[in-house]
Write a protein that binds this ligand. Sequence first.
Ligand code: SF4
Length: 434
Amino acid sequence: MEKKLKLLTYGCQMNVADSERMAGLLRQIGYGLTDDADDADLILINTCCVRATAEDKVFGQIGRFKALKRLKPNLILGVTGCMAQKEGANLIKRAPHVDFVLGTGQSSEVARVVRSLELERRHIVDTSNVSGEIPSEVFPLRGGSVSTFVPIMYGCNNFCTYCIVPHVRGRERSRPPEEIFAEVRQAVAEGFKEITLLGQNVNSYAGGMTFAELLTACDKLGVERVRFMTSHPKDLSDALIAAIADGQNICEHIHLPVQHGSNEILRRMNRGYTVEKYLRLVEKIRAAIPHVSLTTDLIVGFPGETDDDFSATLNFLREVKFDAAFTFIYSKRSGTPAATFPNQIDDETKHRRLAELMNVQNEISLAKNSALVDTAVDVLVEGASKTDEKIFTGRTRSNKLVLFTHGSERAGDIVRVKITHAQTFLLKGDIIRT
Ligand code: SF4
C-alpha cells in the first residue's frame, strides 16, 4: 500500500522546486502526496529563514505536530531547507519530536534517511554539505497542472549584507543546459503550459552558455510561456533584453529587485548598483520591450535608514512606476553583516514607513492596471477562483492576475479577455468569444 507524504513548503519558489524534487525521490520509495497531515506517514517541512516571521511560522507548525506524533508513534517528522541548514541540531534540541533535520545541500539524501528511520528510530541531523544537489536523473513530483518551476542554478555569490541566502544555500552552481532542457521537455510532456526558470540570480548563469542563450533555447522547446526569476539589476545584460524582445513565448515581465531608492543604503546593502544605473536599465528595458511589466522588491527600515533615505525610495517609486512591488520590513538575520550595523531602526518607524510605501505603490499599481481597462489581453487559465466557482482566474503574459466569468474553458487554455475593471492587485474582464 502506498505510504502518505504531507509536504509543507515555506518561502520562495526555489523551496517549492526543492520540495517537488524531494517528493520525486520519496515517490521512488513508495510515498505519494496527501493534503491531510492526520493521514500522513511522513511529514516534511521545507523551511525558509529569510525573515524571522518565516522561522516563527515553522516553529509554530513543528509544535502543532507534537500531539499528532504522540497519537501516531510511527509518523516520521522531518525538517529540511534553509532554516534546517541554519539551525541544525538546535532544532532537535528545541523540538525532540522532530526525527530528522537535513540542510539545503542534503535534500538528495531524504529518501535514504527516511528509509533508515523506517527501520530504526533515532535522531538524524546532516547539514554538512551546503553545496550538494539532487541528482539530475530524479524528476520532480510536481504540484499544480499549469505552471511549474525549473531551477537552473543554486546558491548565490552576492552577499548582500542583509541576506542569509549565500550562508544557507552556498555558492552559485549552474546546472548544465542539457539537464535543464530535459526537465523543460518533461514538464511540457506532462502538460505544463508555463515554466519559470529559477535561480537566486539567473543573470549570472554559467552552465556553458549565457542566461540569454539559455532562455532563447528554452523558448524553442514547445512551452506556451517561459518566465524567469530572479534578476539581479547589476547583471542584467543587453543580450537578455534582446532575448525577451525577440522571443516568441518569453513573457514580457521582469522582476528586478531594487531593494532601496537611496544610494547610501544600496552601498551599505552591497547591491553593486546605484539608483542612476538602475534607472538607466529601466529606460533601456522599456525602450526595447514597450509592454514590459516591471516588478520589484523593497526593504524598509534597513539599519541607518534616515527620513531622507526613505523619502528617496518614495520618489524613486514615483519615478519608475513599477507594476507591483513586494515590500518587506528589514529583518535582522544573525550571521549577516547588517545584523551588527549600528542605528537599527525601531519597529514603530519600520511599520509606519512600510504603510507609507505601500500606499504610494498601491496608487501606482492601480493606475497601471486602470490603463488596461478596455484593452484585450491573453490570459492563461489557472482554474476556478477560491471564492466563486463561476469565476475563473488566470494570468496575462505580464503576470497580472485576471478574473473572468467561466464558460467551457479549462485550466491551461489561453483565452482572450477584454478588461472591464481594474483593482490594485487584479483585473476583471470578459472573455472575447469569436
Ligand atoms: S542577490 Fe543578494 S538578496 Fe539575492 S539571494 Fe543573493 S545575497 Fe540574497
